[in-house]
Design a protein. Sequence first.
Length: 313
Amino acid sequence: MEKEKAFYERLEGKGVSRRDFMKFCTFLTATMGLSSSFVPKVAEVFAAPAQRPPVIYLHFGECTGCTESLIRSMYPWIDELVLEILSIEYHETIMAAAGRQAEEQLQHAANQYKGKFICVVEGAIATKFDGGYGKIGGRTFLEIAQDIIPKAAGVICNGSCSSFGNIPAANPNPGGYKGVGEVMGIKTVNIAGCPPNGINFVGTVVNYLLLGKLPALDDLGRPVWAYGKTIHDQCPRRAHFENEEFVEQFGSEEAAMGYCLYKVGCRGPETYNNCPVAKFNDGTSWPVEAGAPCIGCSEPKFWDKFTPFYEEL
Ligand code: FSX
Ligand code: SF4
Ligand code: F3S
C-alpha cells in the first residue's frame, strides 16, 4: 500500500529500520497483554492510520517530565510514531508558535474540533489564587481547564499530577492543587507515574485506535493492562524478599548482590505499575533494577503517603 510504503520510507529516513519498528510493535503488543497475532495490526495503526484524532495537549502545574519521558527517553523515534497516529493541534513543549499566536491556535483548535478532540492533560490545577498560582497568558489554569475540557470528547491525564494532584498537591498545598478529574467532576483516563512510562500512553492510544474503545480501567482510572499488578508481584528481586535477603544499607555487599530493597524503603508491595516489564530508556532499566527502591510514584498522594522515602514501610 502507498501509505505504508511512504511510512517506512519516512522511518528509514530517520534511521529506523523496518526491523527496529517491528521489534517495537512486538514489545508494545506484548506489554499491552495482546497475543502476538495482533503485532501486524498494531504496526498498521502506525503505518496506515485509518484516522488521526485531533489532540489538544495542555500543561498545568508540573515539571514536564511526562512529556520528556514520552518524547525523549524511550525509543528515540517514539515522538515520530505519536505524530503519525495523532494530529497534535496544540502542545506547548513541541509547537513552534508562542505567545498570542499560540493562544489563538488553542482557541481555533478547540472550536474547530469541538466534541471531537482528545484532551491530554499534564499537571495539576490550582484552585486558590491568593498567591497568583498557575497562570498562562493571563488566564488561570482553572479558567483554561473550564474553557477547553468541556469541549473535548474525552480526557487522558498523562502523569500523576493531572491524574491525582501529586507533588503540586502535596502538603501543605498552598495553591489548592488538585487532579483534573476531581476539579472538573469528570472521569479521566489516568496514565499514572511521575513520570509515567511513555509506553503506557502510547499503548492506551493504540488500544483505542485498534479496538475502537478505551482499555479496561481500575477504580483509579488507570488502564488495567499497565497498572493491574504491583511492582512487587513482577519484581525480579522477589525471591530475595521471600528468602529474607535484604539490603540494609546502600553501597553494601548486599546491594551489590541485588538483594531486596524493602528495608531501604521500597514501596513496590503497595504500588501498581508495569515498570519491571516495560522498563525505561528503550528497555534499559527501571528504578529497582538500578538499585533504587520504588517510591510509589503511580499511587495517589505518594509524596505525602510514602515519605520519608528510604525508610521501611
Ligand atoms: Fe507531574 Fe508530569 Fe511528575 Fe513531572 O508533567 S507526574 S511532576 S514527572 O512532569 O506531571
Ligand atoms: Fe518487592 Fe521492592 Fe523487594 Fe522488589 S525490591 S521484591 S518490589 S520489596
Ligand atoms: Fe515509579 Fe516505582 Fe516505577 S517509583 S517508576 S512506580 S518502580
